[in-house]
Design a protein around this ligand. Structure first.
Ligand code: AMP
Ligand code: GLY
Length: 432
């Protein structure tokens, strides 16, 4: 398979991650026209945006055929898990993103935990439970905090860390019998709690070669000091300073067995593998465990990692989609980046929409910064307004962690909307 150069490209998704992907594609020499569905007002400045059901493979394929799309990049998990990549590949369209079988690494925790066990990949000991009796037995030999996970996709709402066994069982009952998360909760993974510090590592693979991207860390709690409820991520930075040799160990202990496991199970994987890791200091060194896989870039980690790419992102995506990743240069990332999410007061709970946003058009005043849109919309008067919990992400890039942080916060503080809230301590763990 080949693609036309420059290649007319479709990106699926409409958050900050997809804005970052579109931005990098807009600087690519091998990318032609960029289309995005559904996109957002930030993306609309760089791409033609379209409204169709991105989880319906037939609609996506028909759009591609009628618009002469040469390659598709799938941003979020839902279309991956729905098998959109399979429908496109069957129609001869190259895709950056795994098919339904590979996306099960993210779409089914029961599958991904069993996969790790089958292939000797380090992860917390676990049980898969389909009845309340099985949950009771799984919790019997465990200690608090208990870790209860719904098997399927739950938009970040499927992981529970209760302190009491009674609470843990009540959650299991709601999932299994109350159906609170629908089919996603029809099976449960109960696992050991892993203490330590989290790390995100993305690898891009075409099923044969891989490229590891710089490690990043996101900050999931809504308030400074890692307080308050979990969110989709309030900010991230990259690279993370790590003990020497740690990334080589991630490749050897996690990524390579993951790729050989996929190959052994006849799963052709072309896209991103997100390794959500827990690092724990032990007497004999750092222990690495996999908390989760995702089948896509993280959000907001992508908004901190992709701007570090000095190579051509369009070429990286094309070579991955075509199975030619071997031809892509090895080291093309440099510098530091930090991204601050500007959220709406109340998020991740109830929040208002429709507040006018000021300070967006001032990028030229701020060196090496990006503002990525996530939850924004254009109102009846043509003004950009808030339309989600996570509204924008301000990213700063620089030669050092400090310079990246300073630039990100300078850019963030020039933006205003009613109820704007952001964390002031993104990157704290870099200096802890
Ligand atoms: P997951 O969707 O599996 O990544 O879980 C969401 C978050 O819950 C993770 O990013 C961790 O912060 C936390 N978590 C999940 N599993 C564990 C575990 N076994 N031990 C400690 N924290 C966990
Ligand atoms: N930031 C976490 C995720 O994208 O899953």
């Amino acid at each position: 398979m080949t693609v036309k150069s420059p290649a007319d490209t479709l990106v699926l998704g409409g958050g900050g991650r997809e804005h970052a992907m579109v931005r990098m594609l807009s600087e690519s020499r091998v990318t032609g026209r960029i289309h995005c569905a559904p996109g957002n007002p930030g993306i609309a400045a760089l791409a033609e945006t379209h409204a169709f059901d991105i989880c319906d493979g037939t609609s996506v394929r028909d759009f591609c055929l009628s618009h002469g799309i040469d390659i598709v990049l799938i941003g979020p998990e839902a279309p991956l898990v729905a098998g959109v990549a399979d429908t496109l590949r069957e129609a001869g369209i190259p895709v950056f993103g795994p098919g339904r079988d590979g996306a099960r690494l993210e779409g089914s925790k029961a599958f991904s935990k069993s996969f790790m066990k089958r292939h000797g990949i380090p992860t917390a000991p676990f049980n898969i439970c389909r009845t309340l009796g099985e949950c009771e037995r799984a919790l019997e030999h465990r200690e608090p905090p208990y870790v209860i996970k719904a098997d399927g996709l739950a938009a970040g709402k499927g992981v529970f860390l209760p302190e009491q066994k009674s609470e843990a069982l009540a959650i299991c009952r709601e999932l299994l019998e109350g159906g609170v998360l629908g089919d996603a909760g029809r099976a449960i993974v109960a696992e050991d709690y892993l203490p330590g510090r989290e790390l995100t590592v993305f690898a891009v693979t075409d099923g044969k070669s891989y490229r590891i991207l710089p490690p990043s860390r996101d900050h999931k709690r809504v308030y400074d000091g890692d307080k308050g409820p979990n969110t989709g991520g309030m900010g991230a930075y990259s690279p993370v300073t790590l003990p020497g040799g740690l990334m080589d160990r991630v490749a050897e202990e996690v990524l390579e067995p993951t790729l050989s496991g996929l190959a052994a199970e006849n799963i052709l994987y072309r896209g991103v593998i997100y390794m959500g890791l827990m690092l724990r200091e032990e007497r004999d060194g750092v222990k690495i465990s996999v908390v989760e896989y995702n089948a896509r870039f993280g959000d907001p980690e992508a908004q901190a990692v992709l701007p570090l790419l000095s190579g051509d992102f369009g070429s990286l995506a094309q070579k991955t989609a075509l199975g030619e990743l071997e031809e892509y240069p090895e080291t093309v990332f440099s510098g530091h980046a930090l991204c601050v999410v500007l959220a709406t007061e109340g998020y991740p709970g109830e929040f208002k929409k429709g507040a006018e946003i000021s300070g967006l058009g001032r990028d030229a005043e701020f060196e090496d910064t990006y503002v990525f849109h996530a939850g924004t919309a254009v109102n009846g008067e043509g003004k950009i307004v808030t339309n989600g919990g996570r509204v924008l992400a301000a990213t700063g890039v620089g030669p050092t962690f400090e310079s990246a942080k300073e630039r990100a916060y300078a850019r963030a503080s020039a933006i205003r909307f009613d109820g704007m809230h952001y964390r002031r301590d993104i990157g704290w763990s870099e200096r802890a």
